[in-house]
Each structure stands twice: as structure tokens, then as C-alpha cells.
Design a binder for this molecule. Sequence first.
Ligand SMILES: NC(=O)c1ccc[n+]([C@@H]2O[C@H](COP(=O)([O-])OP(=O)(O)OC[C@H]3O[C@@H](n4cnc5c(N)ncnc54)[C@H](OP(=O)(O)O)[C@@H]3O)[C@@H](O)[C@H]2O)c1
Length: 288
Amino acid sequence: MKKFTALIPGGRNGMLGQALTQVMLGSGWTTLSPGKKELDLFDQHKVEEFIKLHQVDLVANTSAYTDVDGAEEDQQKAFLLNRDLPGILGRACREMDICLMHYSTDFVFDGRKNTPYTTEDQTGPLNIYGRSKLQGEKVLLDHDWGKLLIIRTAWLFGPFKTNFVHKILNLARKRKSISVVYDQVGSPTNTLDLARYSLELFEKQTTGVYHVVNKGQASWCELATESINSAGLSCRVVPIPSSEYPQKALRPAYSVLDCSKFSMVTGVSPKPWVQALRDYIYYYEDHV
Ligand SMILES: NC(=O)c1ccc[n+]([C@@H]2O[C@H](COP(=O)([O-])OP(=O)(O)OC[C@H]3O[C@@H](n4cnc5c(N)ncnc54)[C@H](OP(=O)(O)O)[C@@H]3O)[C@@H](O)[C@H]2O)c1
């Protein structure tokens, strides 16, 4: 069987990048995540040389500017990392005729629907992060070379890096009650599942935009409650509206993603989020 090699921008420190690295290594891949000093991802020529030298089969771009509130202040950096960098990686992959698997977000949607968003649904980001990520998608789709995979995902939790679930459990160990918003609903997703599902898509040699998340939906409040219960803690979760938890960036009230296109192509039905959450809490939460 042919052994594949992946270049994974964001694979050193990123939450998804590290999960993807672990899953790929477990599946026999060689993974490369050079540091910023070893490879300047903004230099297309250097990226192409790297791809040639290491006989890279796939670039899996997990690098991004992911600070949703920070993006409102630092728009330039958000667009640099979320629009310009994917464009450079896309051009390099097109030149080298290899696949780019790029990650995007549920925040490309405005949240006015109340049924899961399909890949055909109209986008309409509410904040700078969402706008910059959508621009990244558009730059890539404008130059599609038939080996482009864009995976929109959402509400990630997993090992290797702090995340919402990890923060909630830390708070729950210290406090008797915490307040969490109930009027934002999304698709909680385990990074290790997402990594496995991403490989399924790559193996099908398919192209285009896909939604990939764990099954079901939850509010932040429900996700917090389920996390605390699964960890056997006894902190009370007080539901509050978003208006009582002001944040710089506006968030969609509803951004659940419909994965039916993914399931149709791969034959895989994503694991329910509660089960995915327990996998994380039981096996990994102590090792972050
Ligand atoms: N987290 C979520 O809930 C969520 C939801 C929906 C979609 N997504 C998407 O999923 C993807 C992965 O998200 P994540 O949560 O894993 O992000 P993350 O943990 O913030 O990781 C992003 C990584 O990008 C790296 N990076 C930034 N600039 C770089 C550069 N010039 N060269 C090399 N690496 C660079 C960062 O490295 P340094 O730390 O060294 O700067 C960081 O490790 C992103 O595309 C994100 O938009 C995430």
C-alpha cells in the first residue's frame, strides 16, 4: 500500500492540527509540520520546493486566526491568515498538482435558519472572523484545480490544547455554579473524529465543500451541562442569554451543520456529539 505524506500547517501547536497529526500517524502517514523559521508558508515558491523535496501528497491546512473576538480588533491579521495564506497554499498545491484540504467554519452563516445548514445554503457571516474565513474559501474556489477539499466544521474540543469543554471543567472544579449562554446553538465536535472523517473524505478523492461535525446539536449551556455531568462534577449551570455575556464579535444564534453530503460520499454517519464528548472526557481531558 502506498504511504502518503502530509504537510500540516498548524500541526505543531493547533488543536485540530495536532489531532490530525495523531490520526494520520496512526494510519501510516508521514506528517510534516515545520516551524515558522523552517518554512515560511507565505512564500509560495518555498512551499512548492518543500512539497517537491518531501514528496508531499496532501497539504492539510489547519492553520488559521481563530480568535473570534480578537479578529474584530486585528482585522488585518485575520484576513492575512484566513484569506491570504489559504490563497498562497492553494496556488502552491495547484502548481504541484496535489490536494489541499482546507478547514473553514460554521461562522460563515448568519444563524437565521432553524434547521441544519447544508453546503448549498446562503452564507452571510456576522463577524470579521467569519468574513475572513469565507473570503479564504472564495479565493480557493476561484482557482479550483480539481483537488481542493474545503471542510467546514464547528465548536471543536479535543486533546492537546485548551478549549471550551476543558475551561468549563476547570471552572466547575472550583465553583458551585457557572453561567453559560443558552441562545446559541451549534454542532459540538471532537477533533479526533473530525480528523478521522477528514481522511475518509481524502481517500474518496472527492473535491468541493463539505460539512463535517459530530451528530446532533446543543447550546453552549447544554454542552457545559453534559461536560460537567460526564466528568462526575456537581457544579450548577445557570442558563443566561447572550445579552448577559457581551462579546466583541456577534455570533450566529444557530449554526448547526448538515453532514448529509459527507455521509453520502463516505458512507460514514458521524458519531453523536454526546458520545464524542465522553470519549474526550474519559480518555483525554486529564492530559491536556
Ligand atoms: N476551534 C473551533 O471551534 C473551530 C470551529 C470551526 C472551525 N474551525 C477551524 O478549524 C481550523 C483549526 O482550528 P483550531 O481550533 O485547531 O485552531 P488553533 O488551535 O487556533 O490552531 C491554529 C494554528 O495555526 C497556526 N498558525 C498561525 N499562523 C501560522 C503561520 N504563519 N505559520 C504556521 N502556523 C501558523 C497557529 O500556530 P501558533 O500558535 O504557533 O501561532 C495555531 O497553532 C481552523 O481553520 C479554524 O478556522 C475551528
